[in-house]
Design a protein around this ligand. Sequence first.
Ligand code: ARG
Length: 410
Amino acid sequence: TAVLAETTVITADRMIDVANGKVVKQAAVIVNDNIITASGRLKDLTVPNEATRIDLGNATLMPGLMDMHVHLTSDATRHGYKRLEVSLPRAAITGVKHAKATLDAGFTTVRNVGAPGFADVALRDAINAGDVVGPRMFVAGPSLGVTGGHCDSNLLPYEYDNYSEGVADGPWEVRKKVRRNIKYGATVIKFCATGGVLSKGTKVGAQQYTFEEMKALIDEAHLRGLTVATHAHGTNGIKAAIKAGVDSVEHVSLLDDEAIDLAKKNGTYFSMDIYVTEYILGEGEKAGILEESLNKERIVGKTQRENFEKAVKAGVNMVFGSDAGVYPHGDNPKQFARMVKFGMTPIQAIQAATINPARLLKQEATLGSLEKGKLADIVAVPGNPLDDMSLMEKVGFVMKDGQIVKQYAM
Ligand code: ARG
């Protein structure tokens, strides 16, 4: 005897059609097991009689949110030297809590762009096996970087001989690291193209890796069918990485017009974490962030927001990337209101967290919108976020892969 598929119809006062950039009123999404079979205006759809009905009332349905820059195994209350107290197994266990907080906030997919010890691979596998609750994860494993660069660990003096496992210098070393990351389960590659804010002794403006090394690294990843994300604050590093074919640039703080043109020409995505500056400058000192890092943040934070506005106006491909892990997991949605404050329309901000990341990850066939045939990753917020973007911080309904993981009265 055939087992009947379970059908659910979710209705709400409105839905965001991210593929067309429109709002649909009196909307419904029909889900069969874990697949969306129809969506649109309720009156235009045929709802099977036996379907389970979930009416969310004055709420807004949208695709599951996607954050392209998180570190689920990092703890926002431990920065600088406090990080040295955390063992790899302890970090992995912390990741379990953070995965749930992230999913509860409405993020059904994340790209984890750097984790020592392949803790992100372990977490992803545990989520996929149903052992723990969390978002769909695309994972980088250890980030690649030059000796002494932002992706190395530079806190201890030389006699400790301490370095991060993603350190690789020279075209063949970087190719080998890419291969090693893939061997142990990475599905994206992350590297550092410039110095950073939170690393000791690096300059945010200075390029790390030569063009030759970047080209080798990115070619190797692309050969194997993986996309590449690069950490880059400084203009030269940003431009070199774009010319070398990188898929997304993270942070993108110090831009010039040529960098914007290059990104547009190459279809490169910008993932600009414009909320985190508020946490770093507000809570950072208590959390152990070094004084030199606070000073660097005072330089890049404001400029990054101005450049976000410029990039949006110029029409660069934008994705939502928060750098949660630097700030508390679950607070990811706080960035939405800032994205609108700094130049996006509310629909653009929601597209940046749905359809655009699906394209960046080359997962548009299954993720990123509520269109027929896609996986049932669906969230809802109370009221209308197009009138008040802070409502994105109040996600009250979350379905991932057809399973309801959160349902509050809205
Ligand atoms: N992980 C990044 C770094 O250390 C955080 C940068 C945060 N600042 C910002 N304005 N986005 O460089």
